[in-house]
Design a protein around this ligand. Structure first.
Ligand SMILES: CC(C)(COP(=O)(O)OP(=O)(O)OC[C@H]1O[C@@H](n2cnc3c(N)ncnc32)[C@H](O[C@H]2O[C@H](COP(=O)(O)OP(=O)(O)OP(=O)(O)O)[C@@H](O)[C@H]2O)[C@@H]1O)[C@@H](O)C(=O)NCCC(=O)NCCS
Ligand SMILES: Nc1ncnc2[nH]cnc12
Length: 289
């Protein structure tokens, strides 16, 4: 019992740490970071950090609720209720600013999935299982006209819900492999994570960009991010110059890749789970000798 309590506390802390590390990663185009508030007038790095810290209990309770369970209608609705309470905590901490709604959704499902099998599964499997949970319908979801739902109706994109229901393909097929390749190239962790963000921005249909800038802003963002990828990523001189230009471009269009930022935080979380599992494996191997 004590072990489960401390494990859920750890998962909650790890989710918050991932959010803070995403917020602090600098320089991120159009987003809040250590250097500026990007395209946002109503938030700062402080707001992001206050919001992340306020969410620890939400993630801890999601973990506690999910232990030794499997995806089901009942669990989906329990998690949704905790997640909605988390959104209220976020608004209380930020004075009504939407800092992390998309991240509560993605990380909430991933924390739940990780807790279901006590962290024994690799990150990619945790994401697939989180997708199975997301596929159950939340029958208590209040009818509401969100930015995402308007964008989806107008442009026919999948958005945050579709990403989760498909088992987070952009995390499994882009974010985690780019993180690994960048590390294999010997790049500093800051460059590795910025490469992940850019690779996500090159492919994701981010409803956060589309609700302010429409399909055109999304296409411009993707095309510019692809140029950075083709230039060899942010650690190449040309890639770095293009990254600085992309920041100016997004701020001038007044758009923010908040969905890509959420998926970066989610990838950092899954990567930590994988690293912890590897060090536990090495510890057990050492005991055998
Ligand atoms: C399923 C929900 C996520 C609701 O989805 P919906 O699309 O209806 O809602 P939105 O309110 O628009 O939130 C979606 C947020 O998800 C992020 N996102 C966007 N595209 C993608 C994508 N392709 N893949 C993954 N994630 C994506 C993004 O979040 C970031 O942007 C937020 C700021 O958004 P917003 O306020 O609209 O933008 P601003 O420009 O700042 O606004 P203005 O100043 O212009 O007004 C920020 O939070 C980032 O995180 C999207 O915005 C889900 O919320 C839901 O159903 N929840 C119910 C509870 C539940 O079931 N929980 C279970 C798990 S805990
Ligand atoms: N760093 C960031 N800046 C703005 N919106 C975000 N949503 C998630 N992370 C964000």
């Amino acid at each position: 019992m004590k072990d489960l309590e401390s494990y859920s506390l750890n998962l909650g802390k790890l989710a918050v740490q991932s959010l803070i590390e995403e917020a602090e990663l600098t320089p991120k185009p159009g987003l809040v970071d250590k250097k500026s508030s990007g395209s946002h007038r109503d938030m700062s790095l402080n707001t992001m950090i206050r919001s992340a810290i306020a969410l620890e209990d939400t993630f801890r309770v999601i973990a506690e609720t999910s232990f030794n369970r499997t995806p089901s209608q009942e669990l989906r609705e329990e998690i949704a209720m905790i997640g909605r309470r988390g959104e209220q905590e976020m608004f209380l901490a930020t004075g009504g600013v939407n800092t992390h709604k998309g991240a509560i959704w993605a990380l909430g499902l991933l924390v739940s999935s990780a807790a279901m099998d006590l962290g024994k599964s690799p990150g990619k499997e945790v994401a697939v299982q989180a997708g199975r949970l997301a596929l159950y319908k939340d029958r208590n979801l209040p009818a509401g006209n969100t930015n995402g739902s308007r964008v989806k109706a107008r442009f026919g994109v999948d958005g945050a819900r579709g990403e989760a229901e498909q088992g987070f393909p952009h995390i499994r097929q882009i974010a985690l492999p780019v993180l690994e390749e960048s590390r294999e190239r010997g790049l500093k962790e800051n460059f590795c994570r910025l490469n992940v963000l850019i690779a996500l921005m090159a492919e994701l249909n981010d409803t956060c960009i589309m609700h302010r800038g429409g399909a055109e802003a999304l296409e411009i963002t993707k095309a510019h991010a692809k140029e950075i990828v083709l230039a060899g990523g942010v650690s190449a001189d040309k890639g770095w110059q293009l990254l600085e230009q992309l920041d100016q471009l997004l701020c001038s269009m007044n758009v923010s890749p908040g969905g890509s930022a959420d998926l970066l935080a989610a990838a950092i979380f899954l990567d930590y789970l994988d690293q912890n599992a590897k060090s536990e494996f090495r510890r057990l191997e050492a005991l055998k000798i």
